[in-house]
Write a protein that binds this ligand. Sequence first.
Ligand code: PRE
Length: 78
Amino acid sequence: MPNLRVEIDAIDAEILRLVKRRTEISQRVGLARMNAGGPRIVYNREMQVLARFRDLGAEGRELAMLLLRLGRGKLGSR
Ligand SMILES: O=C(O)C(=O)C[C@]1(C(=O)O)C=C[C@@H](O)C=C1
């Protein structure tokens, strides 16, 4: 049991690191696209992200939506 908790803690740390990295990259891509006169949101890309998390059902969809929201950052609140 303690071993498994150690593993959970390590997984959470890795997930957090990856989520932060994803957010940073997503915001960078979004800014570059908008600076080039492109749209704020790219629906076909967002559909692909949602599809990736379909295995996890309704919660997977929520998780994907949260990742996309983080990526939009301040752009998303406009
Ligand atoms: O792929 C892009 O063009 C992105 O801006 C990244 C991303 C994402 O986080 O996956 C974010 C916003 C877009 O609507 C689509 C996808």
